[in-house]
Design a binder for this molecule. Structure first.
Ligand code: WT7
Length: 646
């Protein structure tokens, strides 16, 4: 690992909200007097009734319960829109940049207010109200923001499903939370390619009983089938509603949204976030981590289908009265200069993207970057997976011209907001390290026996205390919440990540230590891909592991045992890739499939994944002990026919 250190530039230390001394003082207060600290910082949002009870949580086995600001009353949409109207009604809230570079749109806070109120009234007219679940399956268009904020305004719980997921994946998520309405578009548009969203919804709804309404936004104008009773057009419904829509009064612990994420076992789980703590934490981290000042133009390249889009395109920035850019397209369309051209076009100051995008653009060389100006840029950010020092250095040197600090932000869908990160005016940078904890965050590194390690060490990353943005439960399954996050280490939240702490107390996330893989910053459960593969009629067994991939970070490596009599052909390999793509979505496509006559199992029948990981990593000489296998000979065949041989 690189030990290069980048000191805080002097002008950053003086202009930023927080310098090193202030970080240390605020951090100290946040952990010695969390109640006082969070009581003070809760004031950053407007409350209808201010909270008097600040923190009330327990990580105790069998009794996990998390509440923040519990007697407070507020509305998230009011905080993201209405409270800004007096001061910045005419300021741009959302800059939308289309997939096609000739399309963009600016939406002021006042326009956002009117659009969200209309949207909310359309929902209210269809009897959607407080506590109802609304599934949103939209591309990156302004209506996705209107839809989410409209739900927040009327107290409905949104569940955004990434528009790259298949009809089956969508159906599972609609059914799990019993949505009564689905909001979609005729088609999506990404990288010049069309995605048949309405047709996907139609296919999904064949498996969903409870959906009364489908609202369809016109994006491309493609002809789509409309059910006379169930389906209606957004643009038509919007003509007959007003721009007045009183906000619902929400308790701090009323749910704001559900977001499905993959785990090491079973189906994706509905991560539930509530209103008060989430909003305080998303807005506070957005301000401090990105050092957001009035007038800055801020761009996070994520999709609203992921938590990064929720916290750092929408809720955090808008709660702060920011100008936030929403991008429909992809980094390499029409050319590899697209990101940098968008930065120049809209004079972006703060840019937040993922290592996988940085690596892909790095491969295209410096030229597409250097032909753009980027002089508006002041700060760069990274999120989604560990960033390798080479990519970090390139991002810093070529994209940021050695003048922009990089904030490498570690967090998870479950954490609601950033937990480990540099603050640009306070923290020296080490390429590849997420550096230090944010205020109120107490990381601990534990060995497998549960001992808390001190000083420089490597182990499993836990959090010893709650923070306001923490998820509250798995929707409809609190036992699974406790089991997943609080059973490995008693009294602590286990993140699923491995981590090293260095002599400076800096944290280096080493990646997942469970059966979750991180493909281009997207989380995939190996179990999900396996169950998709074994559902194919020619497959008898499957085991899936991750392996290092130059651009994606991790690729998906599948070992497949066929039914007796089936031939392992190239055609079948392609068929299986297409099968998983269709079943789950393109992000789950296996990169490599190895046909395996047998899988390495213990005598009790447990697949030894450790061995499969080593073979997939092309490290057959470090398989370790194979003597406990029922049939050690299967390993020789797997090694010989490995797909990732260098
Ligand atoms: C997992 C969470 C949080 C938004 C995007 C992903 C990995 C995320 C970093 C980082 C090293 C990172 C972890 C984590 N991860 N950011 N800066 N450095 N690893 O959210 O889909 O919930 O995935 O992504 O492994 O557990 P997610």
């Amino acid at each position: 690992m690189s030990e290069k250190i980048y000191d805080v530039p002097a002008e950053w230390a003086s202009r930023a909200f927080v310098d090193d001394a202030k970080y240390r003082q605020m951090y100290e207060r946040s952990v010695t007097d969390p109640t006082g600290f969070w009581a003070e910082h809760a004031k950053r949002v407007d409350w209808i009734k201010a909270p008097t009870k600040i923190d009330n949580w327990s990580f105790a086995p069998g009794n996990v319960s998390i509440k923040w600001f519990e007697d407070g009353v507020l509305n998230a949409a009011y905080n993201c829109i209405d409270r800004h109207l007096d001061k910045r009604g005419d300021q741009v809230a959302i800059i939308w940049e289309g997939d096609d570079p000739s399309q963009s749109r600016s939406i002021t806070y006042r326009e956002l207010h009117d659009e969200v109120c209309k949207f909310a009234n359309i929902l209210r007219n269809r009897n959607v109200g407080k506590g109802d679940r609304v599934t949103i399956y939209l591309p990156m268009i302004p209506e996705a923001a209107f839809a989410m904020l409209a739900c927040a305004r009327i107290g409905a719980i949104h569940s955004v499903v990434f528009a790259g997921f298949s009809p089956d994946s969508l159906a599972g998520r609609i059914n799990d939370c019993n949505s009564k309405i689905v909001i979609t578009a005729d088609e999506g548009l990404r990288g010049g390619r069309k995605v048949p969203l309405k047709a996907n919804v139609d296919a999904a709804l064949k498996k969903c009983e409870g959906v009364d309404w489908v609202m369809v936004v016109k994006r491309t104008g493609a002809a789509v089938e409309m059910d006379d009773v169930r389906d209606f057009w957004y643009h038509e419904a919007a003509e007959v509603v007003t721009t007045e829509c009183p906000v619902e009064h929400m308790h701090a612990e009323d749910p704001l949204f559900i977001l499905y994420t993959s785990g090491s076992t079973g189906q994706p789980k509905g991560v539930l976030h509530t209103t008060g703590g989430y909003l305080v934490f998303a807005s506070m981290t957005h301000q401090y981590v990105f050092d957001y000042h009035d007038g800055d133009i801020y761009w996070c390249t994520a999709d609203v289908g992921w938590v990064t889009g929720h916290s750092y395109i929408l809720y955090g920035p808008l709660a702060n009265g920011a100008t936030t850019l929403m991008f429909e397209g992809v980094p390499n369309y029409p050319t590899n200069s697209r990101f940098w051209e968008v930065i120049d076009k809209h004079k972006v100051n703060i840019f937040y993207t993922a290592p996988t995008a940085i690596r892909a653009l790095m491969q295209a060389g410096d030229e597409p970057v250097k032909k753009t100006s980027r002089k508006s840029l002041r700060l760069l950010g990274s999120v989604g997976e560990p960033i390798n020092p080479e990519a970090w250095e390139w991002y810093h040197r070529v994209v940021g011209e050695d003048r922009c600090p990089i904030v490498d932000t570690w967090w998870q869908t479950e954490t609601g907001g950033i937990l480990i990160t540099p603050l640009p005016g306070a923290t020296k940078l080490k390429p590849g390290s997420a550096t230090r904890p944010f205020f109120g965050v107490v990381p601990e590194i534990l060995d497998p026996e549960g001992n808390v390690l001190e000083g420089e060490c490597t182990g499993n990353l836990c959090l010893a205390r709650s923070w306001p943005g923490q998820m509250r439960t798995v929707y409809g399954d609190h036992a699974r919440f406790e089991q997943t996050y609080f059973s490995a280490y008693k009294g602590k939240y286990f993140t699923g990540d491995g981590c090293r702490r260095d002599t400076d107390g800096f944290y280096w996330i080493t990646g997942r230590v469970d059966d979750v893989i991180n493909v281009s910053g997207h989380r995939m459960g190996t179990a999900e891909v396996e169950s998709s593969l074994v559902a194919h009629p020619k497959v008898s067994e499957a085991a899936v592991v991750g392996y290092p991939h130059d651009i994606k970070g991790q690729g998906i490596y599948a070992y497949v045992t066929l039914m007796a009599g089936e031939e392992p052909t190239e055609e079948l390999r392609k068929e299986l890739v297409a099968w998983v793509r269709k079943d789950i979505g393109p992000i789950a496509s296996p990169d490599l499939i190895q046909f395996a006559p047998g899988l390495p199992k213990t005598r009790s029948g447990k697949i030894m994944r450790r061995i499969l990981r080593k073979i997939a990593e092309d490290e057959p000489s470090s398989l370790g002990d194979t003597s406990t296998l029922a049939d050690p000979a299967v390993v020789d065949d797997l090694v010989e026919h490995r797909q990732n041989k260098h």
